[in-house]
Ligand binder design. Structure first.
Ligand code: HEC
Ligand code: HEC
Length: 209
């Protein structure tokens, strides 16, 4: 009789370090392949997405992005958002680099369905540009992996301390202490965005035109 218990046990002992090594290795690979900015945003899909009424968007949210393909598709957007996706300092074109993947998908969906009124961006929020739900996920993942500009457009900032206080009191529960937002909950990153664009968005959210 073969001692199955002994066999299993010895197999377990020899396999464990290998399994461990494979795990460590894949974690390292994941870490390297997910291009990260200084805050550690990555392009992995998170859990906890809410489903929408649009199958393309639901699929895009759940598909793991291919960053190279995202870079390719993004080329049609660079006319306005620029090569590094930093937009323009005057806030005409928002910075979209470093934004959360889920937020980018949701923002584009909102523009497509008219929840946000922006005729300039509207044609580029259409399905055809993203080729497929996978392409949509790829562009959003690629953008979220890019570093933000080190020199965003800034405002006069007469009383930054007061601003910080107000932010902590009224905004940080959603946008986080550092303005980084959250991919899981769709709260946008507002840290590093151009001043003029932030002001414009706040005005529009308060009183839609
Ligand atoms: C013709 C210029 C133009 C092109 C091309 C363009 N966009 Fe935009 N995009 C804009 C403008 C202007 C806004 C600001 C919309 C607003 O203020 O509501 C914007 C907003 C966005 C936003 C929302 C940003 C935020 O912080 O709310 C995302 C995401 C975005 N664009 C992604 C893309 C992608 C991806 C493409 C390519 C498929 C693209 N855009 C092509 C002009 C453009
Ligand atoms: C209860 C949660 C919550 C609080 C509190 C909150 N926000 Fe937001 N904020 C959001 C969400 C969600 C969005 C995305 C809205 C959308 O896309 O429809 C948003 C969008 C924004 C945008 C537009 C970002 C973009 O890229 O388009 C700005 C700017 C902003 N918030 C600033 C602030 C400031 C400043 C405060 C405090 C005075 C604040 N928010 C408080 C949840 C919150």
């Amino acid at each position: 009789m073969v001692d199955l218990t002994g066999f299993r046990r010895s197999q377990g002992v020899t396999l464990q370090p290998i399994t461990f090594a494979v795990l460590v290795f894949s974690l390292i690979v994941l870490r390297v392949s997910a291009v990260e900015d200084e805050f550690g945003l990555d392009a992995e899909p998170a859990r906890g997405y809410e489903l929408t009424m649009d199958a393309e968007i639901d699929d895009a949210l759940l598909l793991a992005p291919n960053l190279d393909n995202g870079r390719r598709i993004f080329q049609i957007c660079t006319e306005c958002h620029k090569n590094n996706a930093w937009g323009s300092d005057d806030g005409e074109f928002p910075q979209i680099a470093g934004q959360h993947r889920s937020v980018i998908i949701k923002q584009i969906a909102d523009i497509r369905y008219g929840n946000r009124d922006n005729p300039t961006m509207l044609p580029f929020a259409q399905r055809a540009f993203f080729e497929s739900p996978q392409g949509f996920s790829d562009v959003a993942g690629y953008l979220s992996s890019l570093p933000v500009t080190p020199r965003p457009g800034i405002g006069p900032g007469n009383d930054l301390e007061y601003g910080a206080q107000l932010y902590k009191k009224n905004c940080s529960q959603c946008h986080e202490d550092n303005g980084m937002g959250d991919d899981e909950t769709y709260f946008p990153r507002i840290q590093g965005q151009h001043f003029e664009y932030l002001v414009r968005q706040l005005k529009w959210i308060r009183a839609p035109s």
